[in-house]
Design a protein around this ligand. Structure first.
Ligand code: ZN
Length: 251
C-alpha cells in the first residue's frame, strides 16, 4: 500500500477469500490469460475492491492483488493497474443493493453458449438452479469500459444471479463471496452440459414443471443451506490441486 493510503482500513480476510474464489473459478474453466475479475463492495461504503489487472484470476492471493476504487473509478487504496472494465462492478453494485460481490469471467462453455439464442435448460442440477434466472447482454461483444455500458449491463442482469454477455463472457453476483462464486461456477457448468449435449446431435429433453421444481429442491444452494458446504468443497479441491502443482504461490 502506498503512503497516501495507509490509513484506509482493508478487509483483509474477505479479500483473501475473494482471491481464493477466483483461483477456484480458474480451476473450473474460467481462466482466460490475464482477463476476468471479481470485486467486493467496500464494507465502509467508499467504493469497490477490484482485482488488479495484468495477472490471471489464477494468480491472485491476498489484499495486495486488489485496488479500492470509488464509485467513479478513482483509485483510493493500493496502486493499480486497474481493469478497464471496472464499470461492470460499480454500476451493478449501484443498481443492486443486495449485491456485495460481482464477478466477470470469459468462462469457456458460457462464451460458446452466449453466441447462440438457446435457452438455458435444466439438463443438470446447476442448469436447474438457473433456468429463467440468467440475463442476456447483446449490445456489444467488446469491453464494458464505460459507465453507460456498465449501466446497460446492470439493466440486462436485472434481479438475476448471472447474465451472459454475447460472444464475451458472463457476470455473476451474490450477497457474499461464496454465493457469487457458486453462481459463476454453476452457470459455466450448466453451459458445459448443454453445449456438450448439443454437439452429440442426440435428441434430448430436460425436466420442466413439477419435475423441474423437484430438481431445484436439491440443487438450489441457498435453499438447502449447501452454499458454504459447496464452497468449502471447492476450496479443498483447490488446495489439493495447488499442492500437486507444488503449492500456491505468487508468480
Ligand atoms: Zn471481459
Amino acid at each position: 500500500m502506498n503512503n497516501s493510503t495507509q490509513s484506509v482500513p482493508v478487509p483483509v480476510a474477505d479479500l483473501v477469500k475473494l482471491a481464493t474464489a477466483q483461483r477456484i473459478l480458474a480451476m473450473d474453466g474460467h481462466d482466460d490469460i490475464t482477463l476476468g475479475h471479481m470485486s467486493l463492495r467496500d464494507p465502509a461504503g467508499r467504493g469497490v475492491w477490484i482485482k488488479k489487472a495484468l495477472r490471471g484470476i489464477d494468480e491472485v492471493f491476498d489484499e495486495s492483488d486488489f485496488v479500492l476504487i470509488d464509485w467513479n473509478g478513482k483509485p483510493l487504496a493500493n496502486d493499480g493497474p486497474l481493469h478497464s472494465e471496472w464499470p461492470i462492478h460499480t454500476q451493478i453494485m449501484a443498481r443492486r443493493r443486495d449485491v456485495n460481490v460481482v464477478g466477470h469471467t470469459h468462462a469457456k462453455f458460457a462464451v460458446l453458449f452466449s453466441a447462440t439464442d438457446q435457452e438455458l435448460c435444466a439438463l443438470n442440477h446447476e442448469g436447474a438452479n438457473l433456468v429463467d434466472r440468467v440475463g442476456r447482454f447483446t449490445r456489444t461483444a467488446g469491453l464494458i469500459n464505460t459507465v453507460e455500458l456498465g449501466d446497460e449491463l446492470a439493466g440486462a442482469l436485472a434481479d438475476n444471479p448471472a447474465a451472459l454477455l454475447k460472444n464475451h463472457g458472463i457476470v455473476f453476483v451474490g450477497a457474499d463471496i461464496a454465493e457469487a462464486a457458486l453462481n459463476g461456477l454453476f452457470l459455466e457448468r450448466a453451459c458445459r452440459m448443454q453445449v456438450t449435449m448439443a454437439s452429440t446431435g442426440w435428441k434430448w429433453s430436460a425436466p420442466s414443471g413439477v419435475d423441474h421444481d423437484r430438481k431445484m429442491g436439491i440443487s438450489t444452494a441457498a435453499a438447502t443451506g449447501h452454499q458454504s458446504v459447496f464452497f468449502d468443497y471447492f476450496e479443498r479441491r483447490l488446495k489439493r490441486t495447488e499442492a500437486r502443482d507444488g503449492g500456491a504461490r505468487k508468480p
